[in-house]
Design a protein around this ligand. Structure first.
Ligand SMILES: C[S@@+](CC[C@H](N)C(=O)[O-])C[C@H]1O[C@@H](n2cnc3c(N)ncnc32)[C@H](O)[C@@H]1O
Length: 251
């Protein structure tokens, strides 16, 4: 995300912003532009407050091709609670070192939809999650507004943030968006909108080196099962059905 893109927000919905959301929008007034209803159409992208169902009212991002994007933390966490995970059987929990110490500090440095962050949180870790895309970060703030979770969401590029103010993490979890080589089966709609908004991350090799200087115990990289490793000096690999977690230990 090198260039500043501007995003519309429906001006009639600004009154629904929480204090924290309003602060974020006003601090980034170069990115978020309030516009009248007359300037919105099916054929454009914008943030709006969906009042359809009073119980589930929330901000959504309307995309041109793929409909709406929003995050629902309650639904995600209820799903995880029902699963009643046994950590010693979960490849991600094992890769992160949570079977050794359940409540270790994990930084999810590529938060995205927060699905992984919420899974890691449900395992019992103390999670700090970073997101650099303004729309995605705004939707995370809104999801937290609707369902409170004890995760710190931090806006910005996690490799540029003033780390002196934070306790160093035991584990860094890194899940960049890899450029697509060829169009495979179409991913779910939510994933399509998400990909449309954030685009590929192209700095993974440098990022891994940076993360290895920050984490005190390990860095874990999520990859699809047969994708190449970012760096070959891996200490352990934990495989799931479709995903692999490459673990780089800090000595
Ligand atoms: C593949 S997605 C992560 C998906 C995530 N694990 C989930 O559960 O949805 C990558 C996300 O990380 C963000 N990102 C990539 N590099 C980042 C960085 N250096 N700092 C903060 N966010 C970053 C992107 O904007 C994108 O939202």
């Amino acid at each position: 995300m090198d260039t500043i893109t501007k995003f519309k927000i429906r001006s009639s919905d600004v009154s629904y912003l929480s204090k924290e959301e309003a602060h974020f929008i006003s601090e980034h007034s170069d990115i978020f532009i309030p516009v009248d209803d007359s300037k919105l159409c099916e054929n454009c992208e914008y943030l709006y407050y969906d009042l359809d169902d009073k119980k589930e009212s929330r901000f959504k991002f309307h995309s041109i091709e793929n409909g709406d994007l929003f995050f629902d933390f309650k639904q995600q966490l209820e799903y995880h609670r029902k699963k009643n995970y046994s950590l010693s059987k979960e490849p991600l929990a094992k890769a992160l070192g949570l079977t050794v110490k359940r409540d270790r500090i994990v930084w999810d440095v590529t938060c995205g939809t927060a699905k992984d962050a919420l899974l890691i949180y449900s395992f019992g870790a103390k999670v700090v999650a970073f997101e650099r895309h303004p729309i995605i970060y705004f939707l995370l703030l809104d999801a937290k507004e609707r369902f409170s979770v004890n995760i710190d969401f931090i806006y910005g590029d996690s490799s540029q943030i003033d780390l002196s103010l934070l306790t160093r993490p035991d584990t860094i979890y890194y899940d960049p968006m890899y450029p697509e080589k060829k169009k495979s089966a179409l991913p779910r709609k939510e994933m399509q909108i998400f990909k449309e908004i954030v685009g590929p991350d192209t700095d993974s090799e440098n990022y891994l080196e940076f993360a290895r200087k920050i984490a005190t115990d390990r860095v874990v990289v999520k990859r699809s099962l047969h994708a190449p490793q970012i760096k070959t000096d891996i200490n352990a690999v934990y495989e799931g059905k479709t995903t692999r977690y490459d673990m780089y230990k800090i000595f």
